[in-house]
Design a protein around this ligand. Structure first.
Ligand SMILES: Nc1nc2c(ncn2[C@@H]2O[C@H](COP(=O)(O)OP(=O)(O)OP(=O)(O)O)[C@@H](O)[C@H]2O)c(=O)[nH]1
Length: 851
């Protein structure tokens, strides 16, 4: 059967299923895929077989695409990654296997692979009989995650005797493939000197080289598996020689070959089995026994397909797996090939570690990009003094998702590298979130502090609160909020600490409490001061309106008592403010000073010139216009008005120095305060004026000498006015009705009296009046009647006096005018001429004026 038959068989066996898949995925690929059926055109599509472009112009790769990973010029492909994606293997992790085929040129290797795996490797045209596979080709097995490598045949006619490529491809295949299929004709078995033995010798040497390189680096073969399966597929097995015999022959040849190798020290006694598992399969002649050949191929396929189908003879045992994650295979193979081409010692563990570093870095970058996108989608910051309580959860979610993405892909790589890069990634993620964390904490600080202040202010707005309790409860609440919200943004393993912010917050809360406490203390001191002022107001008024030697004793003893009470009240409340001793001393000192100044200002009100003059006048009036018994004085001619005036005036003038200085008669009542030349400022900066330059001794002085002299002068003038008035009243009282006038009136009225006695009518009337008087007396109505009578009489007398007074005044006007103004002789006033009411009425207006 010729090559055309072979190809048509392939087309029937796989493409029916396969092509529709490709057509569905990318219609452009179908044509290319089909072209691979034609050997004449297949080479033209070496690099892009079964690849096309999708509607967006992006390059696409079909599931059945094949790729020349290493070309004739020993260049490694740049599109393996792309093909891995096209083969749906990029995310396979470790869930894939690699098989490579070795053998002499044109021994049906490509044919075998295509039959076994459904691949589309080029098959030699029967007519041309020339080498078809050049370099190394790769494709994916149909319906199985297997990367199949078709390696250029050994003893290639076109490469002549050059063993260079053979060695390089063996090294490369050994580094990446789990299973090496060694394809030999049955008739070649036993030909020890043949090309196959040369190839196997190369394979063995390469393997020993790899092992040695790893050992020299101080490493075992690392995570790559120690063994490789060599699967000998004996082609064109006629059946005359049983497979067991062929196996024995081949094994004996291999051992002989192995023994002939110069092995590194320590491996002298090693056998092939130390590094390889050997297996043997025979396939009937493809052309002579096509059905049996097909059966054999199908059986063999099962061994590659799955553990279930393969059973015990499943070839891809996990011990052969190279442990290169699928997403890193492209990089790995590329670096391996570079090392092979540049004739470097191929140290697989190091290569794997380098791969791990490269890939883990790439995966970490992708994870970080994912994370950055997620963080960029966070809602904007709520602004100063506001917080977003869900920030912590969102940050944690972004980190978790980034790490999950990293872990999924990177955990397949070298564990130490994976772990190291993970730590780096985590710290990078944390660093990216740190500004958010810092700003969150700042805002949280502001928020909590504001709430703390408001809480206290509201609580102390009412009455009967305990300041310390209010502060403590507000603080507990604030700290709780801070802890809860701060912890929410502290990410695991971030090493972030809220200690500094916590300490700052506590400091600020202390300051706020301190300010509020000072404000409270200030208010309290002000209230106490007001109370003292009120309490002292009456005492001061009473004491100063009745000047006496113990006037200041009364004032000061009352002040001291009030102050002691105030201090007690302060100390009682100050305890709930948690004031320190120093603060309490400061507050008490201020309280004393302000109370003293309040008292002094009250005293100053009373000792200002006008009220002082009033007080002095009152005292003077008491002494001048009233006698020692407090009875209003009615000046009689015999009174020594000048002496009384002088005494009263002098005694009043003596009072001015008493008012001028706060000086108790009893030293026990003395009050003292320390003077200061600067502000104490402990409690209330607003009260600084009370603190500045306070001189206690100076504060005792109420009237300066000049004020005293001014007051004294004004008083003298006022007193003189009283004197003149007194004098005038005495002169006026001299212009009275002479006594003889009453005698004249009696003489003139005698006849009328006799006439009344003698007249029966008048006499009867007199009797009636007498009877009425008796009845009035017997009924106890004498008092009211007398009052009425007196009132009428007074009125009559007043009217008569007035008339007479006017008359006599006009008579004596000239005589008065000639009198000297300073005449000092008193004229006696007949006291009997005035009733008590008259005197009262006369005195009142002048007293009211004085008051
Ligand atoms: N006798 C025989 N011939 C076969 C068998 N399988 C394939 N052939 C033929 O052998 C020739 C070479 O086949 P290929 O599959 O191209 O062989 P190859 O080893 O891949 O060749 P290169 O890629 O050039 O190294 C083809 O003409 C096939 O028809 C087989 O089992 N027995």
């Amino acid at each position: 059967m010729d090559k055309a038959i072979d190809i048509s068989t392939q087309a029937l066996s796989y493409p029916q299923k396969h092509i529709p898949d490709v057509a569905q995925a990318a219609p452009g690929l179908v044509q290319l895929a089909q072209s691979t059926l034609d050997p004449a055109t297949s080479l033209a599509h070496a690099h892009t077989a079964a690849a096309g472009k999708d509607s967006d112009g992006a390059r696409t790769v079909g599931l059945d695409a094949k790729l020349q990973v290493v070309d004739e010029n020993q260049h490694f492909t740049k599109t393996l990654d792309e093909h891995m994606k096209g083969w749906n293997l990029a995310d396979a992790g470790f869930n894939y296997d690699v098989v490579a085929v070795f053998g002499s040129q044109s021994t049906g290797k490509s044919t075998l692979l295509n039959r076994l795996f459904g691949t589309r490797f080029d098959v030699m045209s029967e007519t041309e009989r020339r080498q078809t596979t050049k370099g190394i080709w790769m494709s994916k097995g149909q319906d199985m995650n297997v990367l199949v490598m078709d390696v250029e045949g050994t003893d290639g006619r076109e490469r002549g005797e050059d063993q260079d490529f053979e060695r390089k491809s063996a090294l490369f295949s050994m580094a990446v493939a789990e299973v090496l299929i060694v394809n030999i004709w049955e008739h070649q078995v036993g030909l020890y000197q043949g090309a196959n033995m040369g190839l196997l010798k190369t394979v063995f040497e390469v393997n020993l080289g790899l092992f040695l390189a790893a050992k020299q680096k101080g490493k075992e073969k690392g995570s790559s598996q120690d063994k490789t399966l060599l699967l000998f597929v004996i082609r064109d097995h006629i059946g005359a020689t049983p497979l067991a015999n062929l196996r024995n022959t081949l094994t004996a040849d291999l051992n002989r070959l192995w023994d002939g190798l110069s092995k590194p020290s320590g491996l002298e006694s090693s056998t092939i089995e130390t590094f390889f598992d050997l297996d043997f399969v025979a396939l009937p002649h493809k052309l002579l026994q096509p059905e049996k050949f097909e059966e054999g191929v199908l059986d063999l396929r099962k061994r590659f397909k799955s553990p279930q189908e393969g059973g015990d003879v499943y070839v891809f045992k996990s011990k052969y797996h190279r442990r290169i994650p699928a997403d890193g295979i492209s990089t790995y193979m590329g670096t391996i090939w570079d090392a092979v081409v540049s004739n470097k010692d191929l140290d697989l563990p190091t290569q794997q570690e380098l791969l791990a570093q490269f890939r883990c870095g790439e995966i970490a970058s992708q994870a970080f990009e994912l994370f950055s996108t997620a963080v960029a989608a966070f809602p904007p910051s709520p602004g100063a003094g506001k917080i977003d309580s869900s920030l912590g959860a969102r940050m944690a979610a972004a980190i978790a998702s980034a790490l999950k993405s990293y872990d999924t892909a990177a955990s397949r790589y070298h564990p130490a590298v994976y772990a190291r890069q993970r730590v780096e990634l985590v710290s990078k993620l944390h660093a990216a979130l740190h500004p958010l964390y810092v700003s969150h904490l700042k805002n949280l600080h502001k928020l909590v502090l504001r709430e703390y202040r408001v809480e206290i202010e509201q609580a102390i707005r009412g009455e009967g609160y305990d300041f310390a309790l209010v502060v403590r409860s507000a603080r507990e609440k604030a700290e709780k909020t801070f802890e809860k919200e701060a912890k929410a943004v502290v990410l695991e393993e971030s090493g972030w600490s809220v200690e500094e912010q916590r300490a700052g917050l506590q400091e600020d809360m202390d300051q706020v409490a301190e300010l509020l406490r000072k404000e409270e203390t200030r208010k309290m001191v002000a209230v106490i001061e007001r109370n003292i002022k009120r309490q002292m107001s009456d005492t001061v008024e009473l004491a100063l309106n009745k000047p006496s030697d113990d006037m200041w004793d009364k004032v000061l003893s009352a002040f001291k008592a009030a102050l002691a009470k105030a201090e007690e009240a302060y100390l009682k409340k100050a305890k709930s403010f948690n004031c320190t001793q120093e603060e309490m001393d400061g507050a008490l000192s201020l309280l004393r000073r302000r109370s003293w100044l309040a008292l002094r200002s009250k005293l100053q009100e009373h000792t200002a010139e006008a009220p002082m003059l009033g007080k002095l006048k009152l005292v003077f009036e008491d002494k001048f216009r009233y006698d020692a018994d407090g009875v209003p004085r009615v000046w009689k001619p015999e009174d020594d008005i000048d002496l009384i005036f002088r005494k009263a005036k002098d005694s009043v003038l003596e009072l001015i120095p008493l008012y001028a200085e706060i000086k108790p008669s009893d030293p026990f009542n003395a009050f003292e305060l320390p003077s200061s030349s600067g502000p104490t400022g402990v409690v209330d900066p607003a009260a600084a004026s009370a603190d500045e330059d306070f001189d206690f001794q100076e504060s005792l002085q109420l009237l300066s000498p000049s004020a005293q002299s001014s007051l004294s002068n004004r008083f003298r003038r006022e007193a003189d006015a009283y004197y003149i008035e007194a004098k005038r009243s005495m002169v006026a009282s001299r212009a009275q009705i002479p006594y003889w006038i009453y005698g004249v009136l009696t003489v003139l009225g005698w006849n009328e009296f006799v006439a009344v006695i003698r007249s029966p009518i008048y006499f009867t009337m007199l009797l009636v009046l007498g009877a009425a008087a008796y009845v009035t007396w017997s009924l106890g109505m004498t008092g009211p009647a007398i009052a009425v009578a007196r009132g009428v009489t007074n009125e009559v007398v007043r009217t008569v006096n007035e008339q007479l007074h006017n008359y006599f005044n006009s008579q004596s006007a000239d005589a008065h005018a000639s009198r000297s103004h300073h005449q000092r002789h008193a004229v006696p006033i007949p006291a009997s001429n005035y009733t008590a009411e008259e005197i009262e009425l006369k005195e009142k207006p002048s007293r009211d004026k004085a008051e």
